[in-house]
Design a protein around this ligand. Structure first.
Ligand code: I3P
Length: 128
């Protein structure tokens, strides 16, 4: 079994660089502001970090650096959303509290991996 399967520190599932913009806060529409974000999927949360240069998957540890923001995936909705952007490979994540994010990568395989991984977490939480 893995070191953190005892309910202690949540396990890191995935980390990487994506383009991100928040498009709604509590259901209220926001102006788009795309920027690169270091995205970490850990436990039931998607955590966003500002400075991608200082982050690598192997160096990331909980508490190592201050997240910019964090999203609870419980009850969240995930959908491909290429109609919401002129960019390719865009999906939308909507939290239960009505915060909406677009995430994007030019690399098809990378964005598909992120979509599937986040979807699996949401589906697992839905079954709990
Ligand atoms: C927005 C900016 C975004 C673009 C958005 C523009 O302009 O160019 O990159 O979104 O398009 O409004 P501004 O910087 O003046 O706010 P995409 O790159 O996702 O297309 P939109 O208004 O059609 O969403």
């Amino acid at each position: 079994s893995s070191p953190d399967s005892d309910g202690g520190t949540p396990e890191l599932e995935k980390a990487g660089l994506l383009n991100k913009t928040k498009i709604a806060e509590g259901g209220r529409k926001l102006r788009k502001n795309w920027s690169p974000s270091w995205v970490v999927l850990v436990g039931n949360s998607l955590v966003f970090f500002k400075d991608p240069k200082s982050q690598t998957p192997s160096s990331w540890k909980p508490g190592n650096s201050r997240p910019e923001s964090s999203v609870d995936l419980r009850g969240a909705k995930l959908n491909w959303a290429n109609e919401l952007s002129s960019k390719k490979n865009v999906f939308k994540l909507r939290t239960i509290t009505g915060n909406e994010f677009l995430l994007q990568s030019d690399t098809d395989s990378l964005i598909r991996e992120w979509y599937n991984t986040i979807k699996n977490v949401i589906d697992r939480l839905d079954r709990e």
